[in-house]
Design a protein around this ligand. Structure first.
Ligand SMILES: Cc1cc2nc3c(=O)[nH]c(=O)nc-3n(C[C@H](O)[C@H](O)[C@H](O)COP(=O)(O)OP(=O)(O)OC[C@H]3O[C@@H](n4cnc5c(N)ncnc54)[C@H](O)[C@@H]3O)c2cc1C
Length: 571
């Protein structure tokens, strides 16, 4: 027989605990110390009993491990514990990763990290933390949103700002997605970090994760902060009641609200209703998800066709050119019919045919969309309604210098987001700063532009011989800056434009055979007035272009104006 019995049960004397042969008086029995007779003894052999005990302990251990593991899994999947890795650091001056965040890397699953569908449960949890009302609400978590919350916090240091973003990322910049990220090596790109043309490393994220405040602490933190609710979209606004509606019906009231919803890539007819087999070979390129997908595709596909030759299409063509030629085609391909009746076989298609501003909110919220330019129609102060502003790609604004416009560029997103943020804190300023934009076709060719660069306008171009100093790479080395946004330049840093006759610039010489006219200036004219300028491989001269446009003068000889840019000084 197995099992355990007590020593007493064996019939040993219960009195043996006492040296004297009398029983302990009852009043002392509760103080009685343990006795060998109280010890348990096995019924069978010691070995059998030992094995039985071991097996029981093993079962208990297995049950505990299962229970603990199950609990951790449940908490993880329900989002109660969140093992999410913070994004890399935005700038050189930011703090190094904490020990805790390093430790978290060990537990991080990349797929869970960035796949919005797997984040569902943590979103549900986040939604429970949504405040009923918030002083500052920003819809959209892109560049304009980032510039706005920075500006709000600068002007109202205790401001509580809630950003609601459809994406699964904290705000990041998009320009590197079609440029440097493709030239930086896979170790860096996995971390969404890239090398600027001058070799300096930086991340696409505009602020590091520690900058943001958890949503559940936003309202209780006295000094305020910025919280981001990710993977959620606002589907309706009540501009009179100042209330925003989320897709699940939850609402949040606001004092001031900014719409910074950007835009989505345009699709074209042959692909819109194509069957799923075709659609899975078509990429509309806008965000980190699209970058990751295309990056993966170029590892396997032999050919990728880019439709559209604008700045995005040409940048991607340049970035991808070295990638796919080493791979073999895996059989099935798309056949594209071109307007000249040619057929083109390709593994994948990237559509880069323009942008459609995200204005769905206009329909549900009775806001005005501009008939000509698209985008939410706002005044010069970027206001759509009282206490409601719009900035960035989605805003069609009144430029006090150049009239009604809509601009789809990084620098404009920064400038307009910043202005909206100032106006949300009571500045009442009109839009006046001419934003610029830039595009790099790899490290050797780049251009910058300002004002209205509409190809239907008459143009005058002045070109000169380029040197090796006239490249985006050289410009980045000189300025130590790859994102050539001028938005952070203080106004008084703009240098005055010297008079053409007093500029002292070198007079251009006659061209010679073999000269590479690789840099130049193109002026765009409306009623003989310069309204737009493109600087082709000419860098750090944007302040001059800006001043020429803001002066709004008619010039008899644009060659003289071109001299201001010291085009020929390096000859
Ligand atoms: C690949 C690429 C390269 C580029 N390169 C350059 C360049 O070299 N130079 C240049 O000047 N410009 C460039 N641009 C353009 C520039 O990035 C954009 O002009 C800029 O991002 C616009 O900022 P935004 O804040 O208006 O919109 P976005 O950055 O698009 O942000 C809008 C955000 O709002 C979210 N959103 C939309 N609707 C809702 C909703 N209802 N609720 C919640 N969230 C919502 C979107 O998901 C998105 O996250 C590039 C763009 C791309 C895609």
């Amino acid at each position: 027989m197995n099992g355990w019995r007590s020593g007493r049960a064996l019939g040993r004397s219960a009195k043996r605990w006492s040296h004297s042969d009398h029983t302990i008086p009852e009043k002392y029995q509760k103080f009685r110390t343990g006795h060998m007779d109280d010890a348990l003894l096995p019924f069978g052999s010691w070995k059998e009993a030992y094995n039985q005990l071991q097996s029981r302990y093993h079962k208990q251990l297995a049950a505990s491990v299962l229970y603990f593991g199950g609990t951790v899994l449940y908490l993880y999947s329900s989002g109660v514990i969140d093992l999410v890795l913070p994004p890399p650091y935005a700038n050189d001056d930011q703090t190094p990763p904490s020990k805790w965040s390093k430790l978290k890397k060990w537990f991080t699953f990349e797929s869970k990290l960035r796949d919005p569908s797997s984040a569902t449960s943590s979103v549900v949890k986040e939604l429970a933390n949504l405040p009923d009302s918030i002083p500052y609400l920003i819809i959209g978590g892109g560049t304009a949103s980032f510039a706005a919350f920075r500006s709000i916090r600068a002007n109202d240091p205790k401001a509580k700002v809630l950003v609601i973003s459809e994406e699964d990322y904290f705000p990041y910049m998009r320009p590197p997605l079609s440029k440097e990220l493709w030239f930086s090596g896979s170790d860096l790109t996995k971390k969404l970090t890239f090398k600027q043309w001058n070799g300096r490393e930086r991340t696409v994220f505009l602020e590091h994760e520690e900058f943001y405040i958890p949503l559940n602490k936003l309202m209780s933190t006295e000094t305020g902060g910025v919280a981001v609710l990710k993977n959620q979209s606002v589907v309706k606004l009540d501009a009179t009641e100042r209330k925003a509606y989320l897709a699940n019906g939850q609402t949040v009231s606001y004092d001031k609200c900014l719409i910074a919803t950007g835009g989505k890539p345009k699709n074209i007819e042959p692909f819109v209703n194509a069957d799923p087999d075709v659609q899975k070979r078509v990429i509309l390129y806008r965000d980190i998800k699209d970058f990751k997908r295309l990056e993966e595709i170029t590892r396997k596909a032999k050919s990728v066709t880019i439709v559209g030759g604008g700045f995005l299409g040409s940048e991607l063509a340049c970035a991808l050119s070295g990638r796919s030629k080493l791979n073999k085609s895996n059989g099935s391909q798309l056949s594209l019919s071109l307007s000249n009746s040619d057929k083109l076989r390709t593994d994948y298609v990237v559509l880069a045919v323009g942008l459609e501003p995200n204005t769905e909110l206009a329909e549900t919220s009775s806001l005005e969309v501009d008939e000509n330019f698209g985008g939410f129609r706002v005044n010069a102060e970027l206001e759509a309604r009282t206490n409601l502003w719009v900035a960035g790609d989605a805003s069609c604004f009144y430029d006090t210098k150049l009239g009604r416009r809509r601009v789809e560029h990084h620098d404009h997103a920064v400038v307009s987001g910043r202005l909206a943020g100032e106006n949300m804190t009571g500045a009442h300023k009109p839009y006046w700063h001419q934003s610029m934009f830039w595009s790099d076709l790899g490290p050797q060719v780049g251009y910058e532009a300002i004002g209205i660069v509409d190809s239907t306008l008459p143009t005058v171009g002045v070109f000169a011989k380029a040197t090796e100093k006239d490249t985006p790479k050289a410009a980045a080395e000189q300025t130590n800056e790859g994102i050539r946004s001028e938005a952070d330049e203080p106004v008084n840093a703009l240098k005055p434009v010297p008079k053409p006759e007093s500029s002292g610039a070198v007079t251009p010489r006659a061209p010679q055979s073999g000269d590479d006219f690789g840099k130049g200036i193109i002026f765009y004219l409306r009623n003989n007035i310069v309204v737009g300028i493109v600087l082709w491989n000419v860098f750090s001269r944007m302040h001059i272009a800006r001043r020429v446009i803001s002066e709004g003068k008619a010039y008899d000889d644009l060659n003289e104006v071109a001299k201001l840019f010291e085009l020929h000084s390096d000859d």
